[in-house]
Design a protein. Structure first.
Length: 170
């Protein structure tokens, strides 16, 4: 007896339950889910001549999405090293607002991967990482490297899709 095929709607059920029309992260989550399903289908079906190449490129795109959405292991490790065990304290201001008290702040951890900053001008239109490093602003330099890493991942993701989207199905 044949196993009944589940509807693709089941794969998207959890995503669709949290639909946010104002949120770009929702669009990217849908895109990631579709790429995952396409990669798995191509991997199982073996109907393309360049099957391994297409599976590899779609896998790279999925990992790049994880990087620019800050859901990759490197970013999670950095956040854990930088912010675990920090107790946040707030002080009430006169106008019923609160501000963060910075007394027991521990220093940010270095990013656990290398980010090439020599071409930062291409992504920022200036050299903020080089300037922050020259001014001994270590924390700003680290935060800018994280931003540069995200920008590079986003750029590479769109570049791969631009060059290969129509060729993946030939």
């Amino acid at each position: 007896m044949k196993k009944k095929q589940r509807s693709p709607i089941h794969a998207y059920k959890q995503l669709l339950a949290n639909d946010h029309d104002w949120d770009y992260a929702y669009l990217i989550a849908l895109e990631r889910k579709k790429l995952q399903r396409m990669r798995d289908c191509i991997k199982q079906e073996h109907h393309l001549a360049n099957n391994e190449f297409v599976v590899r490129e779609i896998g790279i795109c999925i990992r790049l999405i994880d990087i620019f959405m800050e859901e990759d292991a490197v970013h999670k490790t950095w956040v854990e090293r930088s912010y675990s065990g920090v107790k946040l304290k707030f002080r009430k201001l006169d106008n019923d607002l609160y501000e963060l008290v910075d007394d027991n702040k521990k220093p940010l951890a270095d990013l656990p991967v290398y980010v090439n900053v020599r071409n930062e001008r291409r992504f920022f239109r200036r050299t903020p990482i080089k300037d922050a490093t020259a001014d001994n602003k270590r924390e700003l330099s680290i935060l800018l490297k994280i931003s540069l890493r995200k920008q590079k991942a986003l750029h590479l993701y769109h570049l791969i899709r631009e060059y290969n989207l129509f060729d993946w199905w030939d």
